[in-house]
Design a protein around this ligand. Structure first.
Ligand SMILES: *[C@@H]1O[C@H](CO)[C@@H](O)[C@H](O)[C@H]1NC(C)=O
Length: 204
């Protein structure tokens, strides 16, 4: 089994009309044994910028701490929040620094830019960015997430429809993956508010 699959995970980010959503499952396991069913793998960087970290949970937490530290230094020096594009380049650089002994993480980044234009991106464990206009996925359920998102996604969705779409895509995908599941966490971010919801799903 791959080191990326030890703890199990499912992550999606999806773009709507002047908004975005980011969602994850809630399971934390060690191979097939479930350790926790309320695990949080989506982290807030600032009001309009979120990062989800799939892969090895211990590396995800280390990486998150380093990213918060670097973002705080940036805020002190620049007296403003980072743009999502800038943050994605920072994550990419931090991962590539460890090219020959990488963090076993695959991040998903989602944010609103200056003009409230949504930005989403994912990258591999050595920081190779993959940009998308519609959705990005990561984690052990990524194969089924691609399928679900491909068939459910529509362009220019309003926040409520976006929430419904990302939630249904997540819940149907984790049913096809035994290493992720136990409900989900969803954040829908608009220029004026953040809607955070916890999903109930199959608990088996
Ligand atoms: C994640 O998987 C690793 C590798 O098996 C394991 O050592 C670790 O305990 C797991 N994480 C947690 C927090 O259980």
């Amino acid at each position: 089994m791959s080191i990326f699959e030890y703890n199990g995970s499912a992550l999606i980010a999806m773009v709507g009309k002047n908004c975005f959503a980011i969602a994850s499952d809630r399971r934390l396991g060690v191979q097939l044994q479930t350790i926790a069913t309320d695990f949080q793998r989506i982290y807030k960087i600032h009001d309009k910028l979120y990062i989800g970290l799939s892969g090895l949970a211990t590396d995800a937490q280390t990486l998150y701490q380093r990213l918060v530290f670097r973002h705080k230094l940036y805020q002190l020096r620049e007296e403003r929040d980072m743009k999502p594009e800038t943050f994605a380049s920072l994550v990419s650089a931090i991962l590539y620094e460890k090219r020959f002994g990488p963090y076993f993480c695959q991040p998903v980044i989602a944010g609103l830019g200056d003009d409230d234009k949504p930005f989403i991106c994912t990258m591999d464990s050595i920081g190779a960015k993959e940009l998308a206009k519609d959705f990005v996925v990561a984690g052990t359920a990524s194969e089924s997430l691609y399928g679900a998102c491909e068939s459910m996604y529509k362009p220019d969705m309003e926040p409520e429809e976006l929430f419904e779409t990302i939630s249904q895509a997540l819940l149907s995908s984790v049913d096809r993956d035994c290493l992720s599941g136990w409900g989900g966490h969803v954040f829908v971010v608009t220029p004026t508010e953040v809607i955070e919801r916890t999903l109930k799903g199959r608990m088996d």
